[in-house]
Design a protein around this ligand. Structure first.
Ligand code: NAD
Length: 480
């Protein structure tokens, strides 16, 4: 039996097969201990009628190997709406997106010389990307932002583990907890709860907009940054731009049972098959894969050869070469292999194996010590003025288990009092508070909906609860 590590290779679309070819040859030349299992995903698979873009054989291969190197995947227009990338991420619960951002020798940017060397850790499966979206009225859309305690804890623990494995010293958790106190605040609270367990790492928290600002003003201050999905999506691309853009940005997607490595860029269809593709980002992703499987030697040989090649600015692909000196993908590949064994001016970091915390495969449940039912937010579509709607609801719910407390429109209170300038649309969140403690909540809610629903169109009911004595709901702007 071969002692080689099996890795699923998905060349993907556009320039994918070219950069995959280069990468396999360079890894083989560096003595990487890998046996590839080639697998399909992307445009051709969609065109065969597989709506996810990933055939079962590919899923089986990744489930078997637990490791994948993936080229860019396209979702051809008219062949299903799902992205093959999202399918893979969700299927294997690849919850940790790791984006190293390191200044590369020879790649000149406005930030060159600042010594940028950080990693952005992005939660990869929750948040607004859960895809829970609705039209609530014909003109009002809603997207639910789902942040969970275990989802936050596992990405934060992954970020702490990665900080340690890379010999780094500080971890910044960046959230929008000042505005989204409950969702973004959950990640911040979990960060504050677990950071004392990592006494060798300096924790800090900063608001995400300030993080974006700081990334441009003083990017060299950051070691590791961890974020929820959407914030991480944006700032990781911003950070990639600081060091040369998506063409040189590698990434990994980590989960408990699989890890997938890919360049950040897409399939660059305009240059596919023309020997013009720059394989650096893909190669650096393969270097991350080598470190993940513990082949630190091959990783360093390849990384240093890339750095030397970039530093000497000889035989580079057209997108990064000095004007008029660009060569083909193949010549760049040969130059990297020719530079094996040489050291660049930029040392490789010292990495230790990354130990991921494993999460038990059971439905996670947190039972609070106390739970109180305190009210209901009823979402109502109406063309009435806030005053008229309030009046109507008061009448309809007289002598019910609830008292109408407030009405909000797009998060601003519009009843019983309203700011003068609030623009009002046909989507009201009507807050009913329980009048008497101990009511049967199902009976009370059914009665409320029956009373209100006879006159008004409702579309959503949200329970207001208190967990362990704390409100589990936000107040609208203006609500006391
Ligand atoms: P893109 O990254 O493919 O291209 C953007 C620009 O960068 C183009 O000018 C392209 O020529 C250039 N470029 C990108 N990678 C390069 C490389 N390695 N060498 C030289 N030049 C490079 O982005 P796009 O045009 O928005 O997307 C094209 C396709 O790729 C779309 O179908 C998109 O859905 C898909 N895509 C896939 C992934 C993924 O699989 N992870 C990511 C992004 C886009």
């Amino acid at each position: 039996m071969s002692d080689k590590v099996k890795v699923t290779a998905m060349a993907g679309d556009g320039i994918g097969p070219e950069v995959m070819g280069v990468t396999k040859r360079i890894l083989a030349a560096a003595g990487a201990n890998i046996e590839w299992e080639d697998a399909e995903a992307g445009a051709r698979v969609f065109k065969r009628g597989i709506a996810t873009g990933v055939p079962p054989e590919t899923l089986d291969s990744i489930a078997r190997t637990g490791l994948a190197l993936k080229g860019p995947l396209e979702t051809p227009v008219g062949y299903g709406e799902k992205s093959a990338n999202v399918t893979l991420r969700k299927y294997f619960e690849l919850y940790g997106n790791i984006r190293p951002v390191r200044e590369l020798p020879g790649i000149k940017t406005p930030f060159s010389g600042r010594g940028i060397d950080m990693v952005i850790v992005r939660e990869n499966v929750e948040d607004l990307y859960a895809g829970i979206e609705y039209m609530q009225t014909a003109g009002v859309a809603e997207c639910l932002k789902i942040i969970t305690e275990p989802g936050s804890e596992r990405i934060l623990r992954l970020a702490f583990a990665l900080t340690r494995a890379e010999g780094r010293k500080s971890l910044a958790c960046s959230t929008k907890a000042n505005i989204m106190k409950i969702t973004e605040g959950l990640m911040k609270r979990v960060f504050e709860r677990i950071s004392p367990e990592y006494s060798d790492i300096t924790p800090s928290h900063l608001i995400i907009d300030n993080c974006a600002h700081q990334l441009v003003i003083a990017p060299e201050q950051f070691d590791v940054i961890v974020c929820t999905n959407m914030n991480g999506d944006i700032i990781s691309d911003l950070a990639a731009g600081l060091v040369g853009g998506l063409g040189v940005a590698p990434s990994s997607n980590l989960g408990d049972h699989a890890a997938m490595f890919e360049a950040v860029h897409g399939s660059a269809p305009q240059i596919a098959g023309k020997n013009l593709a720059n394989p650096t980002a893909f190669l650096l992703s393969a270097v991350m894969l080598l470190r993940h499987i513990g082949d630190f030697k091959a990783a360093e040989i390849i990384e240093q050869a890339i750095y030397v090649t970039l530093e000497e600015r000889k035989n580079l692909t057209g997108d990064i070469a000095p004007k008029g000196t660009g060569v083909g993908t193949d010549a760049y590949e040969h130059q990297i292999i020719a530079n094996f064994g040489r050291d660049s001016s930029m040392a490789s970091r010292q990495y230790a194996p990354l130990k991921l915390p494993e999460w038990p495969r059971v439905t996670w449940h947190h039972e609070p010590k106390t739970r109180e039912f305190v009210g209901v937010d009823l979402f109502i579509e109406s063309a009435l003025s806030p005053g008229a709607l309030g009046e109507s609801l008061l009448q309809l719910t007289a002598n019910s288990a609830f008292r109408l407390g407030s009405i909000a429109n797009r998060g601003a209170q519009v009843w019983p009092v309203s700011a003068a300038e609030t623009y009002v649309v046909d989507h009201f969140v009507c807050r009913f508070m329980v009048e008497k403690a101990g009511v049967d909540e199902n009976t009370a809610i059914t009665d409320l909906i029956t009373r209100v629903g006879g006159t008004h169109r409702w579309m959503h009911v949200e329970k207001l609860q208190r967990f362990d004595g704390k409100d589990g709901f936000a107040k609208s702007a203006g609500e006391s």
